[in-house]
Design a protein around this ligand. Structure first.
Ligand SMILES: *Cc1c(COP(=O)(O)O)cnc(C)c1O
Length: 232
């Protein structure tokens, strides 16, 4: 790996840490009440290693295949690495996903809850799950609709026995994110769920002020992704 890449990523991470600290201070919360997830999708294993060497431990990927090609080889050297699935999951990949990931942020339908429960029984792995809520009710976007959340939560906990730790959302790109973050926080409170996965490079400070426990930051740490993958 070039020391260039390493220096660039270490510097960017330090800047994000400073901004996270400042937001936590402003929100009057301890900075250990929050996990910074470095979103490494489209970036090579070298970039992940650079972040690991700079002390980063939580990583996010949005595709099972891509995560499978990068992360298993790193686990032996970095046993405390935590891998988060933040992209849509097909039921036929549920088993691979529970094997690879420590946290799944994108549970969004009953069929997937059943597939995950089955895969967990089979593999003995039990990643924590969050329910993704399509807070803007956008037709093309993954996530359950706000109206479906309560029923999905009941099914996941009572019928399939999944451990649901919290909620996740990706606000519409053309709207102010704060109302979506507030909405997610209210819904999590109503269900007594401790985790809130919200906030990306452009809005993680706002998300922290509104109670995020997991922020998912890619570009601000690893730099720009190739344009074709920007919306993945
Ligand atoms: C890509 C992605 C991110 C990171 O986005 P940046 O704007 O690069 O920080 C966060 N969350 C999800 C679900 C993503 O797909």
């Amino acid at each position: 790996m070039s020391s260039d890449t390493q220096g660039r990523i270490a510097t960017a991470l330090a800047q994000v840490h400073d901004a996270v600290e400042a937001a936590c201070l402003k929100a009057d919360r301890p900075s250990d009440s929050l996990s910074l997830i470095a979103v490494s999708k489209t970036h090579p294993a070298e970039a992940v290693i650079a972040a690991l060497e700079a002390g980063q431990r939580h990583f996010g990927e949005n595709r099972v295949q891509e995560a499978a090609s990068k992360f298993p080889a790193l686990r032996p050297d970095w046993p405390d690495l935590q891998l988060h699935l933040i992209g849509p999951l097909q039921t036929n990949k549920a088993e691979e996903a529970v094997t690879l990931f420590d946290v799944i942020h994108t549970l969004d339908r009953p069929k997937l809850a059943r597939a995950l429960a089955k895969a967990m029984d089979k593999t003995g792995r039990r990643p924590a799950c969050l329910i993704q809520v399509n807070s803007g009710a956008e037709p093309q976007k993954a996530g359950c609709l706000p109206d479906e959340l309560e029923a999905l939560y009941r099914l996941a906990t009572e019928e399939t026995g999944l451990e649901i730790k919290g909620l996740m959302c990706i606000p519409p790109v053309d709207e102010a994110p704060a109302p979506h973050f507030q909405f997610l926080r209210e819904r999590a409170r109503a269900l007594d769920l401790p985790w809130l996965s919200m906030g990306m490079s452009g809005d993680y400070e706002t998300a922290i002020l509104l109670g995020a426990t997991h922020v998912r930051v890619g570009t601000a740490i690893f730099g720009n992704r190739p344009p074709a993958s920007a919306t993945r």
